[in-house]
Design a protein around this ligand. Structure first.
Ligand SMILES: Nc1ncnc2c1ncn2[C@@H]1O[C@H](COP(=O)(O)OP(=O)(O)OP(=O)(O)O)[C@@H](O)[C@H]1O
Ligand SMILES: [Mg+2]
Length: 364
């Protein structure tokens, strides 16, 4: 890995403590349609926060409002504690990388990267040095004379990243910057972005609708649904303790057993009555669902576990095998079988079990 001097680290000091960006009751309406609905968000200094959500949930709209390209209908935006709701985009010190990297086709790689510095009228010697440092950071110093059409998609994406980082904005917005790339390139660019984030100390708001990407990249994830943020937390918290079934289903595969709480801290479902996780608090008579991730579902010989089922499909993924099972009441559940176990056949009876504390209760 290159050890570059291009970006003196600002990651020390108050990283993670103070607020870099704050949205207060931010709304955006288009006619009768509400694209952002009284949304509150705090992004901490130096963190990489991902906005994750289904198509149409308002992710791009939120970035557009933060960048100043779109004015909010109501609400306030603060950067470093200063109200910037009415500040024009070019005075916000925000870098933006969008999905279609929008390089200037008639400018070389070097000229593309130098462009933001020219706009800021940097002296020539300083401009050259910064431009070279930025190109070196993304590993493109050898290609500086090429034009965008002479680069691969991934190389173009790197130029876009260099062009954004070169003028050292303290806040960077990225809207699905990797969605056009193939899986392998995407994964290596994710590592690149993590490194650029760490070395620059910049605060990054990253948009994706890919939950694996969000889990891999983020310090925190804000899950958006229908113009609001429904949960915000570390990837681990969002994955292991989702606040509602919408979040649970959006982040990874999950098994949800719906039912009613009965005496003895148990949940009565169509599959049987199961012990609740110890930390869950719920009154008898209330309803909700137990969430059990596939990796916590143990596969046992028929008759031994908590729920009886039959194998309906197996999907080999290399690292493990995803096993889909249908229970006696007709519900489909998913388990993961680690490599090295006896492969299960479709149609074979099996049984499922889990430790109560590996389940998570979602109240209705
Ligand atoms: N200029 C506009 N006029 C009217 N409606 C708009 C406008 N811009 C966005 N919308 C609507 O606002 C909603 C949110 O759009 P937005 O682009 O923020 O979604 P998104 O979460 O970025 O989705 P995707 O994952 O598909 O990019 C959508 O229903 C969209 O149709
Ligand atoms: Mg979008």
């Amino acid at each position: 890995m290159r050890d570059s001097q291009a970006f003196p680290s600002r990651a020390t000091g108050d990283a993670g403590q103070s607020s870099k960006l704050r949205a207060e009751r931010l709304s955006k309406r288009y006619g009768d349609f509400t694209a952002l609905d009284e949304l509150d968000l705090e992004v901490r200094n130096g963190e990489l926060l991902t906005l994750l959500g289904a198509s149409g949930s308002g992710k791009t709209t939120l970035l557009q409002v933060i960048s100043g390209l779109v004015a909010p209908s109501t609400g306030r935006l603060l950067i470093d504690g200063t109200d910037i709701t009415h500040t024009p985009p070019h005075r916000r010190d925000i870098g933006v990388v969008f999905q279609n990297y929008a390089l200037f086709p008639h400018l070389s790689v070097a000229e593309n990267v130098a462009f933001p510095l020219q706009m800021r009228k940097l002296p020539a010697a300083q401009l050259q040095k910064r431009m070279r440092d930025a190109l070196e950071m993304v590993g493109l110093d050898a290609l500086e004379k090429r034009f965008p059409h002479e680069l691969s998609g991934g190389q173009q994406q790197r130029v876009a990243l260099a062009r954004c980082f070169v003028y050292r904005p303290s806040l960077i917005l990225m809207d699905e910057p990797l969605s056009a790339l193939d899986r392998k390139l995407r994964e290596s660019m994710q590592i690149e972005i993590k490194r650029l984030h760490r070395e620059s100390g910049a605060t990054i708001v990253f948009v994706t609708h890919d939950q694996e990407e969000a889990l891999a990249l983020s310090d925190r994830i804000a899950l958006m649904s229908e113009a609001r943020i429904v949960q915000i937390g570390t990837p681990q918290a969002i994955y292991e303790t989702p606040s509602c079934s919408r979040v649970a289903e959006f982040i990874g595969l999950s098994n949800l057993l719906k039912g009613e709480i009965v005496e003895g801290h148990r949940l009565r479902t169509s599959e049987g009555t199961f012990t609740m996780p110890a930390q869950a608090s719920a009154r008898a008579g209330s309803t909700g669902a137990l969430m059990i991730r596939p990796e916590h579902m143990q596969l046992l010989p028929h008759g031994q576990g908590l729920a009886q089922a039959q194998v309906v499909e197996t999907v080999y993924t290399g690292a493990d095998t995803r096993v889909l099972l249908k229970t006696t009441s007709g519900m489909t559940l998913t388990a993961r079988q680690a490599a090295g176990n006896r492969p299960l056949r479709v149609g074979e009876p099996a049984s499922l079990a889990w430790r109560p504390d590996d389940s998570h209760f979602l109240a209705d």
